[in-house]
Design a protein around this ligand. Structure first.
Ligand code: NAP
Length: 335
């Protein structure tokens, strides 16, 4: 046995009702059962807080089954193995996977992947060198496929996936236009990410701002938000343009009232394509994404911004931050 303090878990005790997440979470302090064969006990150091969690607590058909009431909330995490009954990992190894929102967990070893904290800080395997980075990489290079000189527009561009998508787009030679909320995020896009133009969607009509920022139209639109911004982008999509449907956070508030794009007939008029995806499609190509992202980072072409909230007790507050735009970069909890 290890000398751990009592573990903390965050459980989803009921599904949100009419978009309200109040009363959805409960913090528990349940001791762990005995470790079973092929399991490892992991002391979790960092958790990823993702907009996709909103879908995981919605009892609807999706790419993963919903979390069941009473279960520990699903989350990606990284941590250190403190006890092992698996041949795959030994005590002291660092791993990543679905750890759940908890401080300490007994996890099946076959659901975990080894990480190398000697190569990069462990939380980077949840942000730029993890699923966030891979999502941006495949969304841009495999679905959007911007060609040199083409215009690529990215929404939620100052966020985790968006900021990496902007930079990968520039590396591919595209002219990149970022959209984010507020003057500070707009300045970050221009000064730190070095996008070619940036729009503050809270500062005025998005269609008008887009027409100015992308005078030659939009060849690739990397969509993280859906709603009115997607409609504005559809209105200016070029012939044979590509819309990468990565997310639709403006619609996550009430999953029973999701509104589709009203401007979708532009896809016909412009022979344009709109394609969704999840990382499930690319699991076999993770090493390719890792090598590319790590290489660009080492070459100084790619930066990752992280927003770290300290203390697992702040999980409900951190979750709400995503929907209020209160995060600056990849939102993580340092457990
Ligand atoms: N397909 C996949 O496999 C996959 C994987 C990961 C993430 N995603 C999706 O990618 C998107 C971004 O995720 P992330 O982890 O990178 O989060 P993030 O961008 O770091 O954080 C979410 C951001 O969304 C913006 N936002 C919130 N409400 C909005 C609204 N009503 N209208 C416009 N913007 C709004 C906020 O930025 P502002 O301050 O700029 O408004 C907020 O900071 C999400 O839609 C997520 O579901 C998809």
């Amino acid at each position: 046995m290890t000398t751990e303090t009592t573990p903390i878990q965050f459980r989803m005790v009921r599904y949100p009702h009419a978009g309200q997440v109040d009363g959805v979470w409960a913090m528990t302090r349940d001791a762990l059962p005995e470790l079973r064969e092929d399991e490892v006990m992991v002391r979790i150091s960092h958790l990823s807080v993702d907009p996709g969690m909103r879908g995981w607590i919605t009892p609807k058909r999706s790419y993963m089954p919903p979390v069941q009431p009473g279960e520990v909330m699903r989350a990606f995490g990284v941590g250190e193995v403190v006890e092992s009954r698996s041949e795959r990992f030994k005590v002291g190894d660092w791993v990543t996977g679905f750890t759940g929102v908890q401080t300490l967990a007994n996890l099946p070893a076959n659901g975990l992947r080894a990480i190398r904290p000697d190569l990069a800080p462990p939380q980077l395997f949840l942000s730029g060198l993890g699923m966030t980075g891979y999502t941006a990489y495949f969304g841009v290079t495999d679905i959007g496929r911007p060609q040199p000189g083409e215009t690529m527009v990215v929404s939620a561009a100052a966020g985790a996936v968006g900021a990496i998508a902007c930079q990968v787009g520039r590396i591919q030679g595209a002219r990149v236009v970022g959209i984010a909320g507020g003057a500070e995020k707009r300045a970050f896009l221009l000064e730190e990410l070095k996008v070619d133009a940036a729009i503050d969607y809270k500062a005025g009509d998005v269609a008008q701002q887009l027409a100015m920022a992308a005078p030659d139209g939009i060849d690739v639109y990397f969509d993280n938000v859906g709603g009115e911004i997607l409609d504005a982008a559809l209105g200016q999509i070029n012939r044979h343009g590509r819309i990468v449907v990565c997310g639709g956070i403006s619609q996550y508030g009430d999953m029973d009232l999701v509104r589709g794009p009203s401007n979708y007939l532009q896809l016909i008029a412009q022979s344009a394509r709109m394609q969704g995806f999840t990382m499930r499609d690319y699991i076999d190509r993770v090493p390719e994404a890792f090598m590319a992202l790590a290489g660009w980072r080492a070459a100084g072409k790619l930066m990752f911004r992280e927003h770290i909230v300290k203390g697992i007790e702040r999980f409900p507050e951190a979750f709400d931050m995503l929907f209020a735009g209160a995060n600056n970069g990849k939102l993580l909890i340092e457990v």
